[in-house]
Structure formats: structure tokens, C-alpha cells
Design a protein around this ligand. Sequence first.
Ligand code: GAP
Length: 441
Amino acid sequence: MKEKKEDNLMEKIVSLCKRRGFIFSGSEIYGGLGGTYDYGHFGLALKNNLKLYWWKKFVDNRRDMYGIDAAILMRQEVWQNAGHVANFVDPMVECEKCKEKFRTDQLENKNKCSVCGGNLIEAKKFNMMFETRVGASDDSSAISYLRPETAQGMFVNFKNTVDAFHPKLPFGMAQIGKAFRNEITPRDFIFRVREFEQMEIEYFVRAETWEKYFEYWKDEMLSWMEEVGIDMSKVHELEVEDVDRAHYSKRTVDFEFDYPFGRKELFGLAYRTDFDLKNHKLNYIDEENTDLPVGKAEKMIPHVIEPTFGVDRAVLALLLSSYCEEEKGEEIRSYLKFKPNIAPVICAVSPLLKNKIELIEYANIKVFAPLKAEFGRVMWDDNGNIGKRYRRQDEIGTPFCIVVDFETLENDTVTVRDRDTGEQERVKVEDLKKYIQEKIS
Ligand code: GAP
């Protein structure tokens, strides 16, 4: 019987992530730092695979996309002109009695404090940007911010990109990188954190075509989610109302996900108009406009469609989508049903017994080494008995476990166990690379 247990699902995921080396609380040995998490070996591999797949689909496989890796620290004028100094604020209330602060939009009871029952009063507006100083000077010109979105790193490099590559409209810029927000109430594991990663695209179009490209990017975002293995029955589109939209957006669609703690934002798609380029005083010479006389190029400001993906929310949605439990007699077998191209480990190689030198040598030299050289994400596992190894690899989400046994020494075949069915088949050692390659693709 295969089913997904919704009860305590978050607790199970958080516990699995720590136990199996995916995600740990930040600064844990000092009691933790709210809203920060550290990714361990397997969590990092999962995150890297998601980012790599995103980059492949949206940059490498296209002709109209230009990558950038901008500095996190930028001059304060960037954030002033982008409107973040004035507008990147959360509505906040404060308890009169215990002084605890809350985000108004996240409160069920907007009058009473959930900590001590005191009265909640309006607090001063809270800017979520982390302020810092650049250099030794202590005057206000030294103020800078840790970027709260990667987007501005692309807008400020718009001219550089146009001058270097001469792209024709429509074209896009893409960036993957850290963003920081001093969230008032970080919560729900890696869902709302203070330091996270974004994968963002700024797609520059002619104003009159924005609706067409908005729909186009909606479909592209949905297809990426499906391709990496997010459970699409849990993804819903939400047309964000005027009052809830960011200061730069004229239309926003949020892709929400059914998390165990409620239906909440996963990714977003915004029509940023010409807001950012205009505020940074940037423009584009449109030599393709055929309505103008020959030799007369048009100076214009492109409009922007922005598909934005939070990496950490992608990891969480994928963990929740992939977690499965299966009753096996008295025991419950739990496994992460990752697609092979996204799984942190593609296959694990084990000698049946860890004290038989001939099995170890064969497994190491003839199986593990060539597969490791070919696929990289291959794990040597000789810890505990075979049952324990299978359980461990199931929890990591390893699609294939390869075991070298005594029959291998006789006929050069190994057993390959499928994570999802638990079924085993014998495969010739010389066919292993091809076998795995086919499963990945
Ligand atoms: N450049 C547009 C922008 O930053 P956003 O909706 O504020 O838009 C984009 O953020 C994405 O970043 C969200 O859809 C979400 O996936 C992720 N994100 C935002 N705040 C987050 C937080 N505090 N913790 C984790 N991920 C977050």
C-alpha cells in the first residue's frame, strides 16, 4: 500500500532532513539563528540539481537569455530608485504589554497578542532590507543593503548586457543568487527565511506585447515545476489583487502550493512594466521598429515580465511532493521519490558483505569507480547490513541501489534495486552506464 501521510508531514520532513544530512538549523550549536538554515551534503546536491536544471531550461537551451552574477552589495541609489527604501515594508503590529511584533497580514486575531493576550497596536513601518555599511566611513553615504531580490542586479546591468551582446527584443536576463529579508516572523522551516536563494528572469518586451509574454511565461513556469517533480495537483494560480501587489507590479500571478501549513506562495510572475528601467534612467535603441524611416532608430523603454522562483521553496515543495510511505509488515518504509536527474544521489554501490575483500575490490574498481567518473553523484555505501543500506538510500531518495554479490564474481552481473517498486533485476556490469543513462533521460 503506497500513500502519503499528511499528518505530521512537516515534522517528518524536518526530521528526515536533519537525520539524513539535507538541512540543519543555522548556528545550531549556539541555539540557532531565527530564519536561517544550512544545507548539508544531500540538501545542497538537491538544490544544485534544481538550479542546474533551471539554468539549462531557461538559459542554456534558449537563444534569447543572458546570464549575470551581480554583486549582492550595490549602491544605495539602486534601492532608492527601485522604490525599496520607501516601499519594501511590511505592515506590523506590536503588543502593548510584551512588545512582541507581528506581521499584520499573517495574524488571525489582529487585536489580541497570541503570546500574552495583550492589546495589539499599530507599530511603525518596518523595512525588511538588512542595512549595512560599506567601508570605514560612518556618514550616511556608506549605507548599503543586502539585496532583498536578485532582480535589481539585472536591471543595473541592462546597459552592459545590451552593449556587450546587442540583443533584439524580446530578450531576457537570468540570475541565480542569494537574497536577504529581515522577516518579522520567519516560520515553517525553509518556507519563510531571512536568507534564501532566488532564480529570476527579467524578460524585456515591447509594451504592446506584455500580455502575450505573460501567458507564455506562465506556461513555462508550470512546465518547469512539472519537469522537476513538483506535485501539480497541489499547485494553484492566484491572481493577486491590487492592494496586495508589490509597488512595481501592474499584474501578478502567484503560484501557490498546498503545504501542510496551508495554501501559500511558491513562485510568482509579475508584469513590472517599465518601472525599473525608467527609474534607473535606462533605455534601449530599437533598430527593429520597421514603422520608422530607414536609419531612424527609436529610443524606447522595454517593459518587463518577471518569472521568479524561490530556490528554498522549490526544495520544500519538492520534498513534500516526493515523500512517500509504504507499510511493510510491521514497518513503515519511507522514501523520497525524486526524479533521477534531480535526486542528490543517482545510485549507490554496495559490496554485499563488507569483510569480503574480493567483493569490495570488484565493487570498487569495476562498478563504483567507472560510474562515479561518469555520473558524479554516485555513493559508496557499505555501512550496516543490506536492509539498513536500502532504508538509508530510500530516505535520501536514491533511485537505484547496486549490489555486488558472489554471483557477480562468477558472471559479471549485479543486482539493481528500484527505489519505488523495491524490485531487483540483474544487469551486466558492462551495461550499467547505459542502463542508468537511459533511466536518467
Ligand atoms: N523580484 C521579485 C521578487 O522578489 P517576491 O514574490 O517578493 O518577488 C520571489 O519573491 C520569490 O522568492 C517568492 O515567490 C518565493 O519563492 C521566494 N521568497 C520570497 N521571500 C522569501 C522568504 N522570506 N523565504 C524564502 N523564500 C522567499
